[in-house]
Design a protein around this ligand. Structure first.
Ligand SMILES: [Zn+2]
Length: 399
């Protein structure tokens, strides 16, 4: 048996950063190197059908009792483009409280005052970075836990459900579900192992849309501009001022949605504002979109038709409505958590997951904890003991 810690340390040694500007799938070829290593390991373990498809997705089956449901476990191989994933120097520290020196030379510390979650991990072994890269627990912890659970199912003699394993590329750039073969996967339901602190289970995510708002003005020499110039930048600012000031990410939490200005560009003739719109509640989500339409109409009435052009595009929807008819899969996960010594907590995701899209494609797919903390940054860490509990939870789900 290979320990979950050893697996994890091996997987994070692969640089698998995805690239949102790439058009290929996977977005970066290097993700296939980890994929090939995973297939080899699965074959060695005895997962006879393990393979990588032409898009870099990994699939494999651990056959179980055909009378039980077929259950999928899914994790992603890429790491976030937000932070370097090259030359990750992970190491294990015995944590006894206080601050952890990550990098003596560069004077980088993981401080308990900055990251209060450390208080939950006194006495555990933490895997940390050297403070210059992310760790990649998001989501290599998920992969290591699924692989370890699969090995346990195959070596211990116990009755278990058939396990379908799926490892995807490019989740961090929103494409992990794009080429996922739901039909070929053949699971009745599945879980993504892509969450945070132990005990968390997520099956509610945002409804999400993107908006591009273009403003058209008229440029003329400023010396002779009187009554002629129309400065699209001022109109863009006026548009922004029509949106609710409090409904911004920096002022919202929990189930509160937002309209977020992600970027802007402008000159006199033309300005563009880009937004993302998020809300768990479908009615409030529709209201936010309606508000953006009303603001555009107001601008066009005031300055003339064609001054403002709004393009709205839905990105993904809250998986809750797909999960509610099959709440037994949430109960199964919560029971599995309790049996692994965790205290289950339902947490609304303030984002989306591949599971949300898969749920809408007919594969109900809540998200489970992996134990990691501080994702997408240099202070990412994961306690080994929590990974071990997550392995236990996954085995319990299958048995
Ligand atoms: Zn992730």
């Amino acid at each position: 048996m290979t320990s979950v810690q050893d697996r994890f340390l091996k997987y994070v040694s692969f640089d698998t950063q995805s690239d949102e500007f790439s058009e290929t799938c996977p977005s970066t070829d290097k993700q296939k190197l980890l994929g090939a290593a995973l297939v080899e390991e699965m074959l060695d373990m005895g997962i006879a059908d393990a393979h990588m498809d032409e898009h870099g997705y990994i699939y494999g089956t651990v056959p179980g009792d055909p009378r039980l449901p077929t259950i999928g476990l899914i994790a992603h191989m890429d790491t976030a483009p937000d932070c370097s994933g090259t030359d990750i120097r992970a190491r294990v520290v015995e944590y006894r409280g206080g601050d952890v020196c990550l990098n003596e030379e560069k004077d980088i510390y993981l401080r308990e005052s900055d990251y209060p979650s450390l208080k939950n991990h006194h006495g555990k072994r933490l895997i940390v970075t050297d403070g210059t890269t992310l760790l990649g627990a998001d989501d290599k912890a998920g992969i290591a836990e699924i692989m370890t659970a699969a090995e346990i199912l195959m070596t211990r003699r116990m009755t278990h459900a058939t396990l379908k394993i799926g490892f995807t590329p490019d989740e961090e750039i929103g494409r992990g579900a794009d080429r996922f073969d739901v039909k070929g996967f053949g699971a009745d339901f599945a879980y993504t192992s892509d969450g945070g602190a132990i005990g968390e289970i997520e099956y509610e995510n945002f409804n999400a849309a993107g908006a591009k708002v273009e403003f058209f003005g008229l440029n003329i020499h400023p010396g002779s501009a009187k009554d002629k110039m129309v400065n699209s930048q001022y109109i863009a600012m006026e548009y922004q001022s029509l949106l609710p000031a409090a409904q911004k990410p920096e002022h919202t939490e929990g189930y509160e949605g937002f309209i977020h200005l992600t970027d802007m560009e402008g000159e006199v003739e033309k300005s563009v504002l880009r937004y993302i719109i998020r809300d768990h509640d479908i009615d409030k989500f529709l209201q936010k979109k309606a508000l953006m339409v009303a603001a555009a109409d107001f601008i066009n009435r005031k300055y003339g038709e064609g001054t403002c052009m709004l393009t709205l595009r839905d990105s993904y929807f809250n998986m809750k409505q797909c999960i509610e008819p099959v709440m037994h899969i949430v109960e199964r996960a919560k029971n599995a958590m309790r049996a692994a010594g965790m205290d289950p907590r339902e947490v609304p995701i303030r984002g989306g997951t591949d599971g949300a899209r898969l749920s809408y494609e007919g594969l109900p797919c809540p998200n489970l904890c992996t134990g990691g903390e501080n994702y997408h940054g240099r202070f990412e860490y994961i306690p080994v003991e929590d990974m071990e509990r997550c392995v236990e939870m996954l085995v319990n789900i299958l048995t």
